[in-house]
Design a protein around this ligand. Structure first.
Ligand SMILES: [Zn+2]
Length: 407
């Protein structure tokens, strides 16, 4: 695999066998992509025989690869390792955190995942990752950070933040998050899906009035809101209150799906973190299977209704390693009934929208950052070709200082 970490000063020309730009229904055959100052200057058909000024262009030929926009993971936890439960001993040492982060971020790059949103942790590790990546010219995806989550003290999610004890604490908690420099507010509206008993989810953390308060306080800070919600009430509150993204959304009802499709909330259904639990002790495999099936049916309906769906893996949570399970999430979305091209959209432009970076990423369009991947095969027909990534080209965040859109 060739990994090209772009510098702003080197004009690059990539000639490839094909490209899917993220917009058009049909891929282009034989293309030349010109990259100047780390951004796409042009993308047009190429016979492969044109003369290019090689003093100006550094030419990369990959006739066997199809180019796509870089992939986006809308839900990861950089603080967690995907194996161990969140560390009860407290905060890891600074040096250990930095080396772990570097390793995890590089792993995303080699899997073609060139932008991600961190779903938060108690110690601000996601914010630290974002800051290190924009300060140090690291080979890193663009990181959108949510910092400590807004949750109810004593309920699920102690690894995500200390939590509030009541409604009166919400203004301070949201002001603090904004003051810590988060890009979006993360809210924990429910517990997690119970995989030992059918149709059970950990308890609701905020009622409808509280959810509306949270969203209006976040709006006052111009911050988008990312809501972890499973179970009928939490999911409906999240959608009705106008959250920007619904995370997980297990046990969503038909009414919820209709509202989702009619509104602006994007859905990040995180299929893989539940699907992988089947092999774990202390879960009921039949409950895991039923939960997955219901979620997959719901995702298929949501897509048919025209809801916005984006790819998020919940990497770092138990059983989900960083980066390497992304393709599994895509394939599960395909099994829900999304055609490969719809899955690719969920993985690129829709993900970029969820991150608030669609002005810069998500399509192969002149003016956008030249974050792209090349795969052997026709991913718009067969997602499995994403196993064969032959090229990753990206502009490290330090060179473009990503600033996610605000409300
Ligand atoms: Zn999560």
């Amino acid at each position: 695999m060739q990994v090209i970490s772009l510098h702003r000063n080197r004009p690059l020309l990539i000639r490839a066998g094909a490209a899917w730009d993220g917009i058009m229904a049909h891929p282009l055959c034989r293309v030349a992509v010109g990259i100047v100052e780390g951004r796409i200057a042009f993308i047009h058909p190429s016979t492969g025989n044109e003369e290019w000024d090689r003093h100006y262009w550094y030419v990369v030929d990959c006739p066997d690869l199809a180019l796509l926009p870089g992939l986006v993971d809308c839900h990861v936890h950089l603080a967690l390792d995907g194996v161990n439960p969140p560390n009860p001993e407290g905060e890891p040492k600074q040096e250990q955190k930095v080396s772990q982060l570097l390793e995890r971020l590089q792993c995303y790059i080699t899997h073609g995942i060139l932008a991600l949103r961190d779903g938060g942790d108690r110690y601000g590790t996601g914010i630290m990752a974002r800051n290190l990546a924009i300060q140090n010219r690291w080979d890193s995806p663009a990181v959108v950070a949510t910092g400590t989550a807004i949750r109810r003290h004593g309920r699920y999610g102690s690894f995500l933040g200390p939590g509030v004890t009541g409604r009166e604490d919400l203004p301070t908690a949201i002001w603090q998050a904004a003051n810590n420099g988060v890009d979006q507010i993360k809210v924990i509206a429910s517990g997690i899906v119970d995989l030992t008993r059918p149709n059970r989810v950990g308890s609701l953390q905020f009622d409808m009035a509280e959810m509306e308060t949270i969203i209006s306080l976040a709006r006052q800070q111009s911050l988008p809101v990312m809501v972890h919600a499973s179970g009928t009430d939490a999911v409906e509150n999240c959608i009705n209150a106008g959250a920007d993204s619904l995370e997980h959304g297990y046990h969503i009802t038909t009414g919820g799906l209709n509202k989702l499709a009619a509104g602006k909330t994007a859905w990040v259904p995180t299929l893989v973190p539940v699907a992988v639990q089947e092999g774990y002790p202390a879960v009921d495999p039949a409950v895991v299977a039923d939960t997955c099936n219901h979620q997959m049916q719901s995702v298929g309906i949501a897509h048919a209704l025209g809801a916005r769906i984006a790819v998020g893996t919940d990497a770092g949570s138990r059983g989900v390693p960083h980066a390497s399970y992304y393709l599994r999430e895509m394939i599960l979305l395909n099994r829900c009934g999304l055609p490969p091209q719809a899955v690719l959209r969920a993985a690129t432009i829709e993900g970029a929208r969820v991150l608030g970076l669609d002005n810069h990423l998500g399509t192969l369009t002149p003016g956008k950052v030249a974050n792209l991947i090349g795969v052997a095969g026709e991913p718009w027909r067969d997602l499995a070709s994403l196993q064969r990534i032959g090229l990753v080209c990206f502009l490290p965040p330090a060179y473009w200082q990503p600033v996610p859109a605000r409300h």
